[in-house]
Write a protein that binds this ligand. Structure first.
Ligand SMILES: [Zn+2]
Ligand SMILES: [Zn+2]
Length: 420
């Protein structure tokens, strides 16, 4: 019968085995302490980068300073850097110690035309422009992970690809980067996009398979009639009546036409027409947005708008013109990659809660175009703070420190697993 895992044949051997075990334990402790030290230093760096980027926000297609900043940081870490990929896009590549797969992260870079009201010491220095969607935090987290990979280079294999994308807010950057040859040389094995998510409390992660954002389209329509005196409507073809009925008919049709299992919405944001109380105008225009999560619903919505506008304008003897613009496609998270990441988080960062349901929304996000090429997901990092209005695109929006830490821990665990 044997009670010891390591067979011991003499007292000398026994003492040696004990010392060896002690040494291994100590090494493990040192390693953990070392990793913790690295994390604390990198979190300091991430907070600093976040504040720096927050100070100098730039709107879509004008991310000149931001791109320069990101490229410089990557170069300092030893990444090979490609700039001007699809506009101001920056791509960093770090070859690790041995051969292996390529793993990609994507952060967006652009800010919004919002006047900041946070009162933070690092508030925007560019008046009327603000990082109100937290893209500054995404860049900071990604740079922090790049720094980690460069520090751990000898223990990792394969290639880390860091994609910094411009013009996300206008839904143009992803397509521009792909057309600019983003994957021409190497297509990554997996891609993870990150976005902070105020609907989740800071300290949590959100990861759900299937559609997570919407096909985000816009439309403009004009109702054309014949103007005249408000007291003599029988001599006119009233476009105000047409537009009012068209809005109502469109809502009524939408309410009865879709499978409730798949979310969709239609909203009008502009209605314009007329100059004074007693004059019926000859034209009224409307504008709106349509959100769907399936192409068949998107097509159906276009059909319903035509139907509603056609019947409403015909009723009053007028005509309509509809101009429908398809925006970004819905992001559909890969079930396989969601499964892989969940298992990584469970094993490597078990203390961080991962929410897996109720995350789909009808926002627009252009990550979909990468996911047509590479299996991947949009990973949410909670940024909600109890008792505070902390919503995306709000003038007082800030990303809490805890979000940066959760994001860093999630992304480094992904690097350790896929490139370890
Ligand atoms: Zn946004
Ligand atoms: Zn955003």
């Amino acid at each position: 019968m044997q009670y010891l895992a390591t067979p011991v044949t003499s007292w000398g051997g026994f003492l040696f085995a004990v010392t060896r075990r002690k040494r291994a334990k100590q090494e493990h402790r040192n390693q953990a302490r070392g990793k913790r030290g690295i994390m604390m230093a990198n979190l300091k760096y991430i907070q600093h980068v976040y504040e720096e980027l927050h100070k100098y926000p730039e709107i879509s297609l004008e991310e000149f300073w931001t791109a320069g900043f990101v490229a410089e940081e990557l170069r300092k870490m030893g990444f090979s850097v490609q700039t001007k990929v699809g506009g101001e896009g920056v791509v960093g590549r770090l070859e690790l110690a041995g051969p292996g797969q390529t793993f990609a992260f994507r952060s967006d870079m652009d800010a919004l035309p919002v006047l900041e009201e946070t009162g933070a010491s690092y508030a925007s220095q560019n008046e009327g422009v603000m990082h109100a969607c937290g893209h500054d935090s995404h860049m900071a987290m990604l740079l922090g992970v790049c720094r980690y990979a460069s520090q751990q280079k000898q223990n990792l294999k394969g290639t880390l690809m860091a994609i910094f994308q411009p013009a996300e807010e206008i839904g143009a950057g992803a397509r521009a980067m792909l057309e600019g040859g983003l994957f021409a040389a190497t297509k990554p094995h997996r891609l993870v996009g990150i976005h902070n998510w105020p609907s989740l409390p800071a300290g949590q992660l959100g990861l759900q398979e299937g559609p997570i954002s919407a096909y985000a389209d816009t439309f403009k329509a004009a109702f054309l009639g014949q103007g005249g005196h408000g007291a003599l409507p029988h001599k006119t073809k009233d476009p105000i009546a047409m537009a009012a009925m068209a809005v109502h008919n469109a809502f009524a049709l939408v309410q009865r036409s879709f499978n409730a299992a798949y979310p969709q919405t239609l909203s009008f944001g502009v209605i314009k027409g007329g100059t004074r109380a007693n004059v019926i105008p000859s034209k009224v225009s409307v504008e709106g947005t349509v959100r769907t999560v399936r192409t068949e619903d998107q097509d159906k919505m276009i059909g319903l708008l035509h139907q509603a506008f056609e019947t409403s304008s015909a009723l009053y003897g007028g005509e309509y013109v509809l101009e429908y613009r398809k925006g970004v496609d819905a992001v559909v998270n890969s079930a396989a990659v969601v499964g892989e990441l969940r298992s990584i988080f469970e094993r490597r960062i078990p203390a961080i809660p991962v929410v897996t349901q109720g995350l789909a929304s009808l926002i627009g996000e252009d990550l979909a175009y990468y996911l047509y090429e590479v299996p991947g997901v949009l990973l949410y990092v909670g940024s909600g703070q109890q008792g505070l209005v902390n919503e995306l695109h709000h003038p007082s929006f800030l990303v809490p420190r805890q979000t940066l830490e959760t994001g860093y821990r999630a992304l480094t665990s992904i690097v350790d697993e896929y490139l370890g």
